[in-house]
Structure formats: structure tokens, C-alpha cells
Design a protein around this ligand. Structure first.
Ligand SMILES: [Zn+2]
Length: 309
């Protein structure tokens, strides 16, 4: 999301370019084929569609590729995306190769969190860290490369957590409209909304229509982030005396008014509830239930407080 895959591709160009200098030329046959995923000594391995993890069969394939010498250059480069998403079996398989790689192998593992890579694997890698991009950088890329208008680019950049991938994903799915709807709706949320709210949410966010679990999961993840941002804004209004920056600047007054109805303690507890749901999301098969439970909990937290005050 912050450029790891693009970086690997640029690295591949630099290695295989026919006119190597400080940088790849971007015009030679090799550079062009790398750009179009059509170079025989460069391989990408990533979770298959509808799966979150790299499977053992893919690692076996990876080992088979490596057994064959490079066809048209000195190296064979394999880029494994989401290498932190592997089960024990696949991870062992990878480790075996990392212990004794062929001399022509360049293996790149792309991970989001280093903590989820086993120490035995990690210790055999050279680690390059990528920081999230700043809001200004993401905004510029969105304006210049994706031709979004200034205001929209700024908002998307702000909610993308420094990830271009996430920002472009958001721009393509009516994300802003859905987010705006959610903020409006949350501002009007009432005690007796418990049953209707979940239904409305599933409809407005088109979660009901998705059959594929992984697609559902990624939509719900975006939804949970939106919840997080809304309640984070309430907390910022509550404790920041209007001085802390908030995500939803257009709603500042309404958010401030709403935040007066809730205590800091309740807001923290709601934020925790959302964070816990986010953590469970990757491991839970019944996403609808997870979401319903979260909403019920949030409503209870909000209402208990309002009844007692
Ligand atoms: Zn080149």
C-alpha cells in the first residue's frame, strides 16, 4: 500500500535492465516486459483470489521455479506478496528454500507487519522498512496520476493512512458517499435503532450483496475503519476543545454537539470495541454476526450512559 510492490518492480528493472545505470532505463525490452508482467525470470506469488493466505501448493510451485536456472539473465527473482500470511506448513516450506537458496535466486518477501513473520524466516532476510506516506504525498499522487480533483484527493489521502493502494481503492467504490452516509446516520443514532441500523448498514454499504467472503471481509474492514474514524472524531472534539484535527471537518459542529452527550470513558470503550472487532475480523467466518454484535455493544454503551446521566 505504501509502495512496496512498486519498489520491488523497480528493483527488478534495475537488476534486469539492458542499460543499467543508476536507475533502470524504462525503455529497453526487459524494462518494458517487467512493467507488463511478462519477463521470464521474474515471478510474483500472491494469495489467490478469494484467499487471504499463501497456500502450500504455491510454495511448492515457488520451489519448482527456483530449481530451473534463469532463462535469459543471471538471476531469477521471485517476489512473494503477503508473505506474512502463511500457515505453518507453507512457512516451513519457505524456510527450507531460504536456508539454501540457489546462487541465482533473488527472493523478496513483502509483508505488512514484521511481527507476524517467524523469527527463523526473518533472520534470513535483509529488512527494508517502508513508512506510510504523508497525506500531502498521497494527495499529490492522487491529483497527478489519478486525476482526482483537489478536495476529493485531500479527503481520500486523509483517510488512506498513507497508502496509495487504499486511497485508490476507496476512490473507486463510492467510498466517500458511503462514509458520508455513515457519519450522518451515526449522528442520529438512537437507542431503539438496534434492529434497524444493522439492516440499513448492510444495505447502504452493499454488504448483503456480496457472496464472496473475502470481498465481504474487505468491505466490512473499510466500514469498521469508518466507525473508528467517527468515534475518534467524537473523542477529539471531547478532549481537544476543538483544537485537535478531525477527519470529518464538514461535520465539526454536529460532532462537537454529539460528543457532549458521551463521556470520555464511554468513547474509549466504544473505540476499544471497534478495534477488537477489527482484530477478530480476519479470523471470523461469520462477519455479519460480528458486525451485529459490535453495533449492539456500541448502542448499549451509548445508551447506558445517556440513561444514567
Ligand atoms: Zn531498461
Amino acid at each position: 500500500g505504501v509502495g512496496k510492490t512498486s519498489f520491488s518492480r523497480e528493483l527488478a528493472k534495475a537488476i534486469f535492465c539492458k542499460h543499467p545505470g543508476l536507475d533502470a532505463c524504462d525503455t529497453c525490452n526487459n524494462c518494458q516486459r517487467i512493467a507488463s508482467d511478462n519477463f521470464s525470470d521474474l515471478f510474483f506469488i500472491l494469495p489467490e483470489k478469494n484467499s487471504r493466505v499463501i497456500k502450500i501448493e504455491q510454495l511448492k510451485y515457488f520451489q519448482d521455479i527456483l530449481k530451473v536456472k534463469p532463462l535469459e539473465s543471471k538471476y531469477k527473482m521471485i517476489i512473494i506478496q503477503s508473505a506474512d500470511k502463511m500457515n505453518e506448513e507453507a512457512s516451513n516450506c519457505l524456510l527450507k528454500t531460504l536456508e539454501e537458496p540457489p546462487s541465482y535466486a533473488i527472493i523478496i518477501l513483502i509483508v505488512t507487519s514484521l511481527e507476524s513473520v517467524r523469527e527463523t524466516v526473518r533472520s534470513r532476510c535483509q529488512i527494508v522498512r517502508f513508512s506510510p506516506l504523508s497525506v500531502a504525498v498521497v494527495k499529490n499522487i492522487l491529483v497527478n496520476q489519478f486525476k482526482l480533483d483537489n478536495k476529493q484527493a485531500e479527503r481520500l489521502a486523509f483517510i488512506s493512512n498513507g497508502s496509495i493502494e487504499r486511497a485508490t481503492l476507496l476512490s473507486g467504490t463510492h467510498a466517500l458517499e458511503k462514509k458520508n452516509w455513515l457519519v450522518d446516520r451515526l449522528l442520529k443514532l438512537e437507542i431503539n435503532d438496534n434492529l434497524t441500523f444493522s439492516k440499513e448498514l448492510f444495505n447502504e454499504w452493499h454488504i448483503q450483496d456480496l457472496d464472496i467472503l473475502e470481498e465481504k471481509r474487505s468491505h466490512v474492514k473499510e466500514l469498521l475503519f469508518s466507525f473508528l474514524m467517527y468515534y475518534r472524531d467524537l473523542l477529539a472534539c471531547k478532549i481537544g476543545n476543538d483544537k485537535l484535527p478531525i477527519y470529518h471537518t464538514d461535520w465539526r459542529d454536529a460532532l462537537a454537539a454529539r460528543s457532549r452527550l458521551l463521556s470520555e470513558d464511554v468513547l474509549f470503550r466504544i473505540l476499544n470495541t471497534i478495534k477488537t472487532s477489527l482484530e477478530y475480523l480476519d479470523y471470523n467466518a461469520n462477519i455479519t454476526l460480528l458486525l451485529e454484535n459490535m453495533i449492539t455493544k456500541i448502542l448499549h454503551l451509548q445508551c447506558d450512559q445517556r440513561m444514567s446521566s
